[in-house]
Design a protein around this ligand. Structure first.
Ligand SMILES: Cc1ncc(COP(=O)(O)O)c(C=O)c1O
Length: 453
């Protein structure tokens, strides 16, 4: 196996801070960033990364952090896994680009075959490649319209499907993401997502499945759009940016029944919850559903830009020229993805399941122990901790969540927010007990200090 050389001292499993944060070199880069880089990015704190190894990140001043965000659930096999690096280096020395749009190469076919084989359902599948999550959504929108010859689309409140104009039309996460961009895609309808903790818009949390299915069938489909004009329903089986909210299995099963009844395609956006993060390749598998199209990206290639839609072969019936991308399915990204999938199957999916159970056990008493912890939920290493000001009213406590994110950084732990008031736990899938204990000791200590009267 190739040895990956690293400058600095990444031989630790725990953070090591050697300067105040941000350090001097980080401050220099932040100043330049402020001058030259688009102000549209949302950075929660000033981490300036230099090197990554496993679950550890070293910044430009030699501070070492434990990464429980994984570049927004991307670095599935950790940072710079030697086998992924070796696959990238070998492929880069052989062939960097040829464009699958115009020519053939083996890596693309190999990866398509692999992705087709791991998608749920017996029907043969075909795969289309892109470069990002949003591109996968765009491809799914186009394929759904093309195949069904229908125009309308349905997505869920709180969903995040990306920021290109089509994907943004499905996204209903934050108004700022849409503000100023004018009219989006016509014919998109949003319906409530089954949030079993909080409920929304009159949905009763304890009856979320029933209420949300009823709303879709008896409100949306009766008053606003005829289901026979709907091409597809897009759903994140676990909402990512929306706050790590899990759709109940019965809801997903009910949704599939409704889709089949009206000839609507069921599209699972597994960009964040897929690729082994939940302990299975796809979060859809927990409900036993067989989406017509799966959208995947983020963790698919351990950080290389790649996305894919995996569709039933009978659905992917568009002709040559209907959709393509110059870079989509680039050979180096495909090689990284094949190495990633090998590692997920051999080690890391099982580890995600094991460590997820470990975390849920360890935090099982947090909703009792902490005044501000309203709910803890998740599967595998996709876990959300939701903060509230009041347990009875469930009033959101973004200020608590935001303080935790900031203080964790100051203690060398990288975590990200999600939704209005949820802390997102999405580490690389290789983290162990020692690292998890450090992460949760740190969070516990921060929450305790914030709750002190
Ligand atoms: C569920 C989901 N879909 C789509 C996207 C868009 O992916 P990208 O940022 O790669 O375009 C994201 C990104 O966070 C996501 O979480």
């Amino acid at each position: 196996m190739l040895e990956v050389k690293t400058e600095g001292t990444m031989d630790t499993k725990k953070p090591r801070l050697v300067t105040p944060l941000p350090g001097p070199e980080a401050r220099r880069i932040l100043k330049l960033d402020q001058r030259f880089v688009s102000p549209s990015y949302t950075r929660d704190y000033p981490l300036v990364a230099k090197t990554g190894r496993g679950a550890m990140i070293e910044d430009v001043d030699g501070n070492i952090f434990l990464d429980y965000a994984a570049g927004i659930a991307v670095c599935a096999t950790g940072h710079c896994h030697p086998e992924v690096v070796a696959a990238i280096q070998k492929q880069a020395a052989e062939l960097i680009h040829m464009s699958g749009t115009d020519f053939y190469y083996s890596r693309m076919v190999e990866l398509a075959e692999k992705l087709a084989s791991i998608a749920p359902g017996d029907e043969p599948k075909r795969v289309h490649f892109g470069n990002s999550g949003a591109e996968a959504i765009e491809a799914a929108i186009k394929l759904a319209k093309y195949h069904t010859k229908r125009d309308m689309l349905v997505a869920f409140h709180g969903s995040f499907h990306g920021r290109t104009m089509g994907a943004l039309s499905l996204t209903a996460s934050r108004a700022v993401q849409r503000k100023g961009f004018g009219t989006l895609l016509a014919g998109v309808f949003h319906t409530p997502f089954p949030d079993t903790y909080r409920g929304t818009y009159g949905i009763r949390p304890e009856h979320a499945t029933e209420d949300c299915l009823n709303y879709l069938q008896h409100e949306l489909f009766r008053r606003r759009v005829d289901p026979e004009e709907v091409a597809a329903i897009f759903i994140e089986p676990i909402q990512g940016e929306g706050g790590y909210i899990m759709a109940p299995a019965e809801f997903l099963q009910g949704l599939q029944r409704i889709c089949r009844k009206y000839g609507i395609l069921l599209v699972a956006d597994e960009v964040q919850c897929g690729m082994g993060r939940t302990g299975k390749f796809w979060a859809s598998e927990f409900a036993g559903i067989e989406p017509d199209i799966i959208c995947t990206a983020k963790g698919i290639a351990s950080g290389m830009p790649l996305s894919a839609i995996i569709a039933r072969a009978s659905v992917m019936d568009w002709p040559p020229g209907a959709h393509a991308s110059t870079f989509g399915g680039n050979p180096v990204c495909c090689a990284a993805s094949l190495a990633t999938i090998r590692l997920l199957e051999a080690h890391y999916m099982a580890n995600a399941e094991r460590m997820g159970d470990y975390i849920l056990k360890r935090t099982a008493d947090w909703t009792k122990k902490f005044r501000t912890v309203g709910d803890i939920r998740g599967r595998g290493l996709m876990i959300g901790i939701e903060f509230v000001r009041d347990k009875a009213t469930k009033e959101k406590a973004p200020e608590v969540r935001n303080q935790i994110v900031q203080q964790a950084f100051q203690r060398g732990l990288i975590v990200l927010p999600s939704g209005d008031t949820t802390l997102r736990i999405s580490p690389p899938l290789l983290v162990d007990e020692e690292q998890t204990d450090f992460a949760f000791d740190t969070l516990e200590s921060i929450i305790t200090s914030i709750e002190k009267p």
